[in-house]
Design a protein around this ligand. Sequence first.
Ligand SMILES: Cc1cc2nc3c(=O)[nH]c(=O)nc-3n(C[C@H](O)[C@H](O)[C@H](O)COP(=O)(O)OP(=O)(O)OC[C@H]3O[C@@H](n4cnc5c(N)ncnc54)[C@H](O)[C@@H]3O)c2cc1C
Ligand code: FES
Ligand code: FES
Length: 1330
Amino acid sequence: MSSDKPSSLLFFVNGKKVEEQNPDPETTLLSYLRDKLRLTGTKYGCGGGACGACTVMLSRYQPRTKTLLHVSATACLLPICQLHGAAVTTVEGVGSTKTRLHPVQERIAKANGSQCGFCTPGMVMSMYTLLRTTPQPSMEDIRAALAGNLCRCTGYRPILDGYRTFCQETNCCQLKANCCQSEESGTDGAEHDKPQLFDKGEFQPLDPTQELIFPPELILMAERNTPPETLSFCGENMSLICPGSLEELLELKTKHPEAPLLMGNTHLGPSIKFKGVVHTLMISPFRVQELFEVTHCPEGVRVGAGCSLSELLTSLQKLISERPSEQSELFRALTKQLKNLGSQQVRNMASLGGHIMSAYPNSDLNPVFAAGNCKIYVASASERRELPLNQEFFVSFGKTLVRPEEVVLSVFIPFTSKGELVSALRHAPRKESAFSTVTCAMRVLFCEGSSVVRDISLFYGGVAPTTVKAARTCQALINQEWSEPALSRVYDVLLEELELPPSAPGGKVQFRRVLTLTLFFKFHLELLHKLKHMGWISCEVPEKPLALPSDIQPSVQHFQSVSKAQSFHDAVGRPVMHKAALSQATGEAVYCDDLPPTQGELYLALVTSSRAYANIKGLDVSAALLVPGVVDVITAQDIPGKKVRSDFGYDEDLLAQTQVLCIGQMVCAVVADTRAHAKSGAAAVRVQYEELPDPIFTIEEAIERSSYYEPRRRIERGNVTEAFKSVDHIYEGGIRLGGQEHFYMETQSTLVVPVGEDREFHLYVSTQWPTSTQVAVAETLSIPSNRVVCHVKRVGGAFGGKVTKTAILTAITAVAAWKTNRAVRCVLERGDDMLITGGRHPVLAKYKVGFMNDGRIVAADLEYFANAGFSVDESPLLGEKILLHMDNVYNIPHLRGSAAACHTNLRSNTAFRGFGVPQCLLVVENMVTDVAMTLGMPVDQVRELNMYRGPSLTHYQMEFNPENLLLCWDECKRRCAYDSRHRAVEQFNKQNQWKKRGTAIVPIKYGIAFAEGFLNQAAALVHIYKDGSVLVAHAGAEMGQGVHTKMQQVASRELHIPISKIYISETSTSTVPNTCPSAASFGTDANGMAVKDACQTLIQRLQPIMQKNPEGSWESWVNAAFFDKISLSSTGYYRGPDLHMDWEKMEGRPYSYFTYGVCFSEVELDCLTGDYRTLRTDIVMDIGRSINPSVDIGQIEGAFMQGLGLYTLEELKFGPSGLLYTRGPSQYHIPAVCDTPLSFNIYLLPDSENPHAIYSSKGIGEPSVFLGSAVFFAIKDAVSAARSDSGLSGPFSLDSPATAERACLTAASTFTQKVPASTAGAFKPWALEI
Ligand SMILES: Cc1cc2nc3c(=O)[nH]c(=O)nc-3n(C[C@H](O)[C@H](O)[C@H](O)COP(=O)(O)OP(=O)(O)OC[C@H]3O[C@@H](n4cnc5c(N)ncnc54)[C@H](O)[C@@H]3O)c2cc1C
Ligand code: FES
Ligand code: FES
């Protein structure tokens, strides 16, 4: 029995023994690694097991089988107390730049699979674990291993290509007719002589004998320790007992029925962290052998409740291979669901018992267990019993028939008998690593040799608070022949018995109801095929519902190599690996929160408003101050200087003073000695509110109440009103675009360190704009800027979200540091980051377009409304950028636009890659699509017809030449074999009723530089040290976009030295002052010129010495210069173009030049569920002469994938009170590996020159976000094909994102027609359309 004496914990990390005398059971492996062992390579990305940033390898010795088990696991959900006897391997244990790089680290780095690098250690660990168990993986193995690792920068293609080199499969691009290995390919012949982004010949081979061995001590311990002794751990808030035997476990459960059993912690952990559930005692049965046994019996298999879902999968797969097919129908259905349940990391941790007992309404397995007549064995100290896993077992939300004092021992999964068929299906918002929207399973027993139903059982998840049986539907089918007419009679029964109220939690009510029908229909098709295969029916059966294609193919990256004459040392134009990629892949790269804490450092947690619009009547911080470790509470009154940030004449409170204007607005902050204490303190603060009437949430409400930020802008070319009078057609339409979360993998992070004298402060911040952070802190503390130094080592992704919001957060943190005179760190949890910091503006747009019969657009009038939120931020500028891009590539003679930023009571939206252009252009291209649909013309023809040609003027009178745009267009069409592909799609659509393909080709013209001319300046500082090494400082913040790498390349060319001699340490306001933000795709243009300037000054100074000793080395010249008293340090400056826009005259030159691009995409759509796959994407981009093709191609791919997420996947959901529901990767889905186009090809337009930017390059960070819309329009094209099967033609509305829900409902199948939408206004929707 448990002793009261706390136990000691023993495990290994990276081959080193770790012993903890009385660890706190609340401590997760992630915080232990980072805070205690200072192994900061393992990253925090979400804390809920859903992003993979914290992936480690967990190894255990299994004494019964005498084998080692290596699995990947998410450290954020692993309590260290579960690790007794385990060995943990982190990225630091895999390899290092100081000793030996591991091939998994080398390959991801050299294949350019690491941009900001924040996801990289997690990727490395997932791949490393795979290789430990499968040294020669297939591409499918790799895809599955990485399915739970999110990356916001790369678009995954380079990671997959890097890791593909571990496979034995072909490395050919597989572009069929245009295959890169084919001499006759449409490309220029010897494609294989073309330069490659990386040389796989350079890679070290994988040598499994070099891996860390499992600690022999742990093997001895495991062998010795049967039966294991009881362990007990006691922490500040919670105790944990780990009994060593079943008997003890059952006794404990009788004594503490309220104590949950801690297994994988994948349900308990998130409920404690995110829902504030409190447990003072937990019992961990992970050492009770009986729970892990798998017993084979004549009727089936009994699987221990402690087995992980991965172990369950392996056991079932083994049985499937051993047993006759007719016996393993249920096993196959389960394995299908298991492969799609969560990620591999989750499946490795989650237990079978924990899964059933969590009783999720949308559990993937419970409907299969229930339909398959599985049984569960439970025990208490006094009784053992067997329960059928049926409808009665799942009592209500999260509740089952198992009593609190009982433990689930095992689950019995029966063999199926002859004529018994089982199927399981799920539909989730993302194809992988996402909870299901609707999931279901069906078992049908047919009378021998016929299609007559003897028994049937149909269970659903996601349509009620529990797993439910469609009992009446089953009843209606018994003794019926399995046929289309019998089924068509039961659809109505099914809909009726699975009624969902229109305000049901989770929303998507109409879609979920449609899915109950369409998944059932898919079962029907599957069964028909099975019956036919068995020879039990002989009639013709309709097409089989095949899964969407999923084979990821090698891709093509096409760029120009540098000329043979270029000096070997000159790195410009070469695909140089990201400067920090190796450090990132080894976990050595230091991000803000990786900095070791200083003596006495405090953590800051924010208290945010729980009301959307209210007066603050009182703030009671007394309880917070009593929380152990809490040092102080910071309120607006504590701010010594400016209490607001001001923009466009509007003030935004740093901390709310008298009123709150949105849920999530920052009210005060608690500082404490640990993160946990600061969080508890923040939870103890009480704010009294007096709610104010009529908050505004939606754009429509803002329009109705004229709630706008000024200035609003308008622009017009020609005379639109007059032109409408003379056109053949007028069409009026519109489209709504949802917002987008930045989802940088590194959440907002800031550390403020008071120096201790003269009011000096050092800031270590993850920001895109160090100067703005410095200024914000100086103003807030009322000190001069010269006392504040802002340091940025690197940023783990930013995308526009780390400009203004970071400055505010740092200013608040600085107040805490100023008040306590101690260093203060603030790292937002993912949920807080999403709640507080805002993202891309949702936009509602209306348009009226006039056009001729031949497709020429003569006039267009577009109105844009952006939901800006509760503070102004940069929203009016966003409106301006929208209006400046609304011509896209089209010469519309009469064009009018207006843009308004709506003032609402939601989080304040801010800059996001593309700054309004992705929203603006989707509207324009949707309008062009409507024109084509009205006329029944191919949309690419309408696009072509209306494009600018020859020397042209934009609608604001800026001159430009669209020649390169037209070259991109033609090249893209050629590369993707547009016409034949289009024909093939038409053919496919004729042959398939439930699956449709669609294509789209979209162009972009994107203005580069800041329209606010003063922001186009930059400075640099270059030092040459006596040993010849060079230190470059410039104004750009490295956030994954490779600006430091490119600056090294610039310095290499100018100083004529290899980049190995050039180093960039950080971006700091003390080396380069008064900087502009790293934004607007202008970082390289501006900083490159400044670095060039500084280097040229230095080389001029060295010139006389070099001439004196032409044979000398760089080092000798530098040394001589020092002795000649020549300064080896220089600043550089770039004044930038004087751009301007006169909004009164509606003309100007707001951009330096345009970057052009064209993207083709093809998708396959499952019309029954709305699921889609991007089969192929080809992008042709004009980026001038690329300074670094691997960095630039990485930017194109990454931005495209962000666009794909924006337009097809990512949905923010706000409740009716203005609360953001989607506050983590389990609810908000950014693209994962499964979303990468199966064939993803990038071509840089050759021979393009650009006189306006350094070395003829072009800015590329933002433009290709919009190219992701090719997937949106391809989905629309496929939906259109489905609609025409239903007799619908002409323009139709499809809002963005074109999620599966929207695509399915718009496709208007016979099933969707059975489920009409509830009447708006007649119910309170679960979520708002903001
Ligand atoms: C990121 C993520 C993605 C996920 N995706 C999916 C998905 O796609 N589909 C899906 O269906 N599920 C999904 N899940 C849910 C996951 O399957 C469950 O959380 C998991 O199976 C619970 O098992 P566990 O061992 O971690 O339980 P724990 O969290 O350890 O425990 C959960 C509950 O079960 C009880 N319990 C555990 N074992 C026993 C036992 N032997 N006897 C009695 N009670 C017991 C505990 O008391 C506790 O109340 C996901 C979870 C995460 C974190
Ligand atoms: S931090 Fe652990 S999975 Fe996201
Ligand atoms: S490189 Fe993957 S998140 Fe930045």
